[in-house]
Design a protein around this ligand. Structure first.
Ligand SMILES: [Cu+2]
Length: 125
């Protein structure tokens, strides 16, 4: 009888301990920190391969911002990005920005990531 009740007591304590562990704020924080790290790593590795695609477009240079590293293009529809014609600013490398002027009609390549396009090539037409 004695040993039985010790066993029962023992498992009750174990169960309580388990419940406590699961609800411990420390555990939760650890778990979400790990999740955050994982998704950060996955994001870095997976995004370029998964979502970067190249789109081609034509348009007119409306503005150039060398400080921000952007070219504003009034561009025609870009099917690859599901974009209608519009005017918007794109990131671009300094060499590309220097190669065009406001008012130029241009053909350009875009690298598309997460719905954001970066000009990777641009030629005056
Ligand atoms: Cu656009």
């Amino acid at each position: 009888m004695k040993s039985l009740s010790i066993l029962a007591l023992g498992s009750a304590v174990l169960l309580a301990a388990c419940g406590q562990n699961a609800d411990k704020p420390d555990n939760t924080a650890e778990a979400s920190a790990t999740m955050g790290d994982m998704s950060g790593d996955m994001g870095n590795m997976a995004m370029p391969a998964e979502t970067a695609k190249v789109a081609k477009g034509t348009g007119t240079v409306k503005a150039i911002d060398e400080t921000a590293g952007t070219i504003t293009l009034e561009h025609g529809p870009i099917a690859e990005a599901n974009w209608p014609a519009m005017t918007m600013a794109f990131k671009a490398a300094p060499a590309l920005i220097d190669s065009v002027a406001v008012g130029d009609k241009v053909a350009f390549d875009l690298a598309l990531k997460d719905g954001i396009g970066e000009v990777t090539a641009i030629q005056k037409q």
